[in-house]
Design a protein around this ligand. Structure first.
Ligand code: NAD
Length: 283
């Protein structure tokens, strides 16, 4: 038999192993993860997807979401039989995020996957926006993503295992969302989401030696709950006009993309931005 070579790491036909199942790559069985913005549409659906895929999950959001988060965690634990816990933290506050790190290790033992997803689009985010609007957007969206990614990657490295970081960027990282003849109010918002994308790419390069992958998703318009009751059917039609698929996305369509990036199904994917936008970015 020939000596093992560097090429042995590249199996040509794994499917030929009778025990091999490609769907196992999508499993998160035994993994531990946390989701920020966990009470919101994208966050809670990703928490549900991860729990169904076998992970223990901490759902992280502001204390004001307690009435949503407590029953949500209980329902997911009951339904999927994994350990789902609510944790409260303002992601823009370094002291609170440092405390979150301790509580994550207490509750879950470690962290293998993290969805850095908390974000806001503050009213008045246009060309003449007040300093306070700019500052708040940067603090929550960009600094919050940085702080929570830091604790995630430090836990992974301290526990000597790899992991996956998934950041929520946006369609607005790539364009100004043309609606009704001009840009949507996403001045600081778009800047933070573009920053998040580049930060995710940097970490991909820096953390690859530790087996940690880092990717972003860029959702287009998603019917996540934030538009509920806020737009009339005519506004809906106007928003989806430039979307090749002519509709919003759903929370589950985002959750399944995040599940892909969290799981071994994407084991050779790092430093990328996955557009989940019905084709909006094509134009
Ligand atoms: P959402 O408002 O339902 O969820 C956002 C969650 O973040 C909320 O539960 C909120 O309480 C939480 N949050 C806000 N500030 C926080 C803070 N300082 N600390 C901790 N948690 C905080 O919105 P969503 O549509 O689910 O959006 C989730 C993410 O997806 C956001 O980053 C958003 O910018 C991004 N996004 C959404 C869309 C869309 O069309 N819905 C499109 C592109 C990107």
């Amino acid at each position: 038999m020939a000596d093992a070579t560097i090429f042995d790491q590249y199996p040509l036909d794994q499917w030929k192993d009778p025990a091999h199942r490609i769907m196992d790559r999508f499993s998160l069985k035994g993994k531990k993860g946390f989701v920020t913005g966990g009470a919101g549409g994208l966050g809670r659906n990703t928490a549900a997807a991860w729990a169904e895929a076998g992970a223990d999950v901490a759902i992280v959001d502001l204390p004001r979401t307690r009435e949503t988060l407590e029953p949500l965690a209980a329902e997911l634990s009951e339904r999927y039989g994994t350990n789902v816990v609510p944790l409260y933290c303002d992601v823009s506050d370094k002291t609170q995020v440092d405390e979150l790190k301790t509580r994550l290790v207490d509750k879950l033992g470690t962290v293998d996957v993290a969805f850095l997803n908390a974000g806001v689009n503050v009213p008045g985010d246009d060309a003449d926006e007040p300093y306070e609007v700019w500052r708040k957007t940067i603090d929550i969206n960009l600094t919050g993503a940085y702080l929570t990614a830091q604790i995630a990657q430090h836990i992974m490295r301290e526990h000597n295992h790899g992991g996956s970081l998934i950041f929520t960027s946006s369609l607005s990282a790539h364009n100004a969302n043309f609606i009704a003849g001009g840009p949507s109010p996403v001045a600081a918002y778009g800047a933070t989401k573009a920053g998040i994308y580049e930060y995710a790419r940097y970490l991909a390069a820096a953390l690859a030696p530790y087996g940690i992958r880092s990717n972003a998703i860029s959702p287009g318009y998603v019917w996540s709950g934030i538009f509920e009751g806020r737009i009339v059917p005519e506004a809906h039609d106007m928003m989806v006009a430039p979307v090749p698929m002519h509709r919003f996305g759903t929370n589950e369509e985002i959750a399944s993309a995040v599940l892909f990036l969290a799981s071994d199904a994407s084991s050779y994917v790092t430093g990328t931005n996955l557009q989940v936008d019905g084709g909006y970015s094509v134009y």
